[in-house]
Ligand binder design. Structure first.
Ligand code: AR6
Length: 187
């Protein structure tokens, strides 16, 4: 059952790619790919990573362990197993260290690499959590602006049908709502 609520959808780019702010549990979304905020070893952790592994079942960890990890800012794909999503794109966000260690560009790269990988695989609908803003401590306001800007540019350029920002709480929804309005007028 899809228990994610779509709150706002805008279109952007030559193919009118849909960008949707939604709220709920990303593990319930029946999209082509959900993105996991993973760690560099691709070993099951907490947060959204733990929730995705719990819902997908142990085969997900087994496939992750065959991938030899993932560098921060990069992305790798697995099947979705017990999830309603067909695939999981695992990306590794930056650990916040004050902002002068390249955190912004690493986070931007997570979105760009995940979207490019989805497009290469012919996937059309993709949902993101707010990467790095939980356990990794990236300021959520700054992260939402990076997420929306990078995904509007890359998601529209590579012909995806829908990009969903799956916000776990109301504060995150408000940040994405403001970031989407801002970026749509400035890009
Ligand atoms: N659906 C959508 N969003 C969620 C869900 C969910 N089910 N659960 C949590 N979030 P985090 P990070 C939100 O900590 O900061 C793991 O141990 C959460 O509220 O999951 O990138 C990994 O293995 C927050 O807004 O990811 C890494 O070691 C967002 O997802 C590390 O945590 C991201 O929070 C990665 O830390």
């Amino acid at each position: 059952m899809d228990i994610v609520t779509r709150l706002r959808t805008e279109t952007f780019g030559p193919d009118a790619t849909r960008f949707t702010i939604a709220t709920g549990d990303i593990t319930t979304l029946a999209v082509d790919a959900i993105v996991n905020a993973a760690n560099a070893r691709l070993v099951r952790g907490g947060g959204v990573d733990g929730a995705i592994h719990r819902a997908a079942g142990p085969e997900l960890q087994a496939e992750c362990l065959r991938l030899n990890g993932c560098l921060p800012g990069m992305a790798k794909v697995t099947a979705g197993y017990g999830l309603p999503a067909r695939s999981v794109i695992h990306t590794v966000g930056p650990v916040w260290q004050g902002g002068d260690q390249g955190e912004d560009s690493t986070l931007e790269s997570c979105y760009r690499q995940s979207l490019s990988l989805a497009a290469e695989l012919g996937l059309k609908t993709i949902a993101f959590p707010a990467i790095s803003t939980g356990i990794y401590g990236f300021p959520p306001d700054r992260a939402s602006r990076i997420a929306v800007r990078a995904s509007l540019l890359t998601g529209s350029a590579c012909g995806l049908e829908e990009v969903i920002y799956c916000c776990f709480d109301g504060d995150t929804v408000a940040l994405y709502d403001a970031a989407l309005s801002e970026m749509l007028t400035s890009l």
